[in-house]
Write a protein that binds this ligand. Sequence first.
Ligand code: FES
Length: 156
Amino acid sequence: MAEDLDVIIKKYRKGKREDLIPLLQEIQEKNGFLSEDAIVKIGNHLALSTTKIFGLATFYDQFRFFPAGKIHLRICNGTSCFMNGSQTVIDKIREETGILPGQTTRDGNFSYEVVTCMGGCNNGPVISVNGTFHTHVSPAMIPDLIKKLKLISGSD
Ligand code: FES
């Protein structure tokens, strides 16, 4: 369940701008994404403009501005997975879902993010689907996987 923004924000000292990233991380961890409301409240608390906060947060791949989909994929693009072709897997997922990393499909069913390492480097490319790991993933496996996930999520 999402935690109250005011409760989280009050844990950080007013005007202490160096707390921005830890604060963004805590809100995302507790609430799953950074809402517009969260950005505005953080701006008021740390005396930072919302433009500055958005600019900084979008620089980091880890932050999301929309709630995750019912099915959330994490795709590793760390060095080892990259050497084993993770970029082609990411490209295929983008092609199949029609969205970019950090976005959520309009029906709210899918989202994905690109991460740097999931600890399974010898078995890459590695992806996780709602926390379940798949190893040695190839682009050829993606259309079938997405089809199965669509059935599970109830989308066409
Ligand atoms: S680099 Fe992908 S799991 Fe470590």
